[in-house]
Design a protein around this ligand. Structure first.
Ligand SMILES: Cc1cc2nc3c(=O)[nH]c(=O)nc-3n(C[C@H](O)[C@H](O)[C@H](O)COP(=O)(O)OP(=O)(O)OC[C@H]3O[C@@H](n4cnc5c(N)ncnc54)[C@H](O)[C@@H]3O)c2cc1C
Length: 434
């Protein structure tokens, strides 16, 4: 029997990858660390997505589900993370149940009998070995190719100014939440009537702040401080009405409105150096315009983005951009240092391959530290990779996706940055929004 193609992670992109591999007549084996599929999405199940259903369902997944009488959700409705699972990912996983192993964490990956160092013609021919921890203990699995779709949810960036945890941050972990805690639901008691410092400027921070403002409306005494690393004028609140995803534009516009109206207290810039326990809460010390300032808060929500955990890939030959930690071909398309536009040109196998033949990182993790990943981008990635693995190089190189633009583009720092979509002859802009 031929070896399976291992897909690590049963999130939306891992499951879409499996659907594309099956559609190509290949045999996927999906390995998921959590007891259920989509374990990361479950952690933010209460968050309403900014992309509607029409951007959230993969084409091969849809085709598979439709053979089972699935009714697609209304295309223009915005699901929560929990609805994405209930109406799409759970039925999809059911349709591929024989190809999925849950409670199976991949702990290491290598080529059989070869560490990273060993060269030779036989390297490319050797199967991959995946070491796993599952219900029956440790085991190893052989695979012909591997797609790492493990996302970045479990490796959030810290609050500290230098990219390292601030001094004391790790020790105060019980009063710090990373990501978007459910402050209107399961985590309500911890935040109601308290002061929370939210750190970060992206969509996750905006969602956290908006939920806290709603909580403050319901429970007097709830206070919100919002810390940015940049001065307020340099914060990117998104493209507003120009955003191709109206809900994403609206999220940024509402968040900006809260700052401008004073509904939340903005600290910008505020560079956090130290976190200490004080009176049952936190004393957070940072720099504000060269002054050292200490802020009191009961809790912190750190939403400063995510980074890829590369530990399990230690024995695999990777090519990664030193800043973004995406492949060198993808990094310039998404590097916020080159262009602030989050509109990303569709890309596939050609941009995603590594020196280790047959190994790919796809989905959220493929973006490394860049914050602009969309499910639709990931669906196109795994469509192209599956086509390549099936030997259909024409389909692998074909672009089958038109992505919504963010409507915000500042190319002033790098006018010649690689375009987020192919520039028309009439424009040198990064995207079509001037
Ligand atoms: C709050 C939030 C809202 C978002 N909203 C949108 C939106 O509206 N539209 C949009 O297009 N995108 C959105 N995104 C971005 C992105 O589409 C999601 O993060 C999406 O879940 C990424 O899918 P993924 O499959 O790459 O990774 P994940 O969903 O993170 O899935 C990774 C899976 O791998 C498993 N795993 C991890 N490590 C291992 C291991 N070692 N072994 C085995 N399994 C492992 C995890 O348990 C998890 O199930 C949002 C992201 C967040 C955080």
């Amino acid at each position: 029997m031929t070896l399976p193609i291992a897909v690590i992670g049963a999130g939306p992109i891992g499951l879409a990858a499996a659907a594309h591999l099956r559609a190509r007549g290949l045999r996927p084996l999906v390995l998921e660390a959590g007891p259920r599929i989509a374990e990361a999405v479950r952690q933010w199940g209460h968050v309403r997505m900014f992309s509607p259903w029409r951007f959230n369902v993969d084409s091969a997944a849809r085709a598979l589900l439709e053979t089972r009488g699935w009714t697609p959700p209304a295309p223009e409705v915005f699901p929560t993370g929990a609805e994405l699972i209930a109406h799409y990912l759970d039925p999809l996983a059911e349709a591929m149940a024989a190809d999925i192993r849950t409670s199976t964490r991949v702990t290491g990956l290598a080529r059989r009998d070869m560490g990273r160092l060993r060269d030779g013609a036989e390297r490319d021919a050797a199967p991959f070995i995946l070491q796993v921890e599952g219900p029956a203990g440790e085991d190893s699995i052989e695979a012909a190719a591997v797609l790492d779709c493990t996302g970045t949810w479990s490796s959030p960036n810290p609050a500290g100014a230098h990219g390292l945890p601030a001094l004391g941050e790790t020790a105060q972990a019980t009063l710090i939440a990373y990501g978007i805690p459910d402050v209107l639901g399961a985590a309500r008691a911890a935040y109601a009537g308290r002061t929370t410092l939210v750190v970060g400027a992206g969509h996750s921070a905006m969602n956290a702040v908006l939920d806290l403002v709603e909580l403050a409306r319901q429970v007097p005494g709830t206070r919100i401080l919002w810390a940015f690393r940049r001065p307020l004028g340099a914060v990117n609140f998104g493209g507003g009405a120009k955003d191709g995803l109206a809900a994403r534009g609206d999220l940024g516009a509402r968040a900006q409105g809260l700052v401008e109206s004073g509904a939340v207290t903005a600290l910008a810039p505020f560079l956090i150096d130290r976190v200490a326990a004080q009176d049952g809460g936190l004393a957070i010390t940072g720099r504000q315009a060269e002054q050292t300032v200490t802020i009191q808060a009961d809790r912190m929500i750190v939403a400063t983005g995510f980074r890829p955990d590369l530990g399990l890939l230690r024995e695999v030959r990777l090519a990664l951009d030193p800043a973004v930690e995406a492949t060198p071909a993808l990094a310039p398309l998404i590097d916020p240092n080159l262009h602030s536009c989050g509109t990303v040109r569709p890309h596939g196998e050609a941009e995603l391959h590594h020196p280790e033949t047959g190994f790919y990182i796809a989905g959220m993790k493929s973006y490394g530290r860049a914050p602009t990943f969309l499910l639709a981008t990931g669906h196109e990635q795994v469509r192209s990779i599956a086509a390549h693995l099936a030997g259909d190089t024409v389909a692998a190189r074909r672009v089958e996706l038109e992505l919504p633009e963010t409507g915000v583009c500042s190319t002033d720092r790098a006018p010649a940055a690689p375009s987020c979509r192919a520039p028309s002859p009439a424009t040198t802009a990064c995207c079509s929004v001037a």
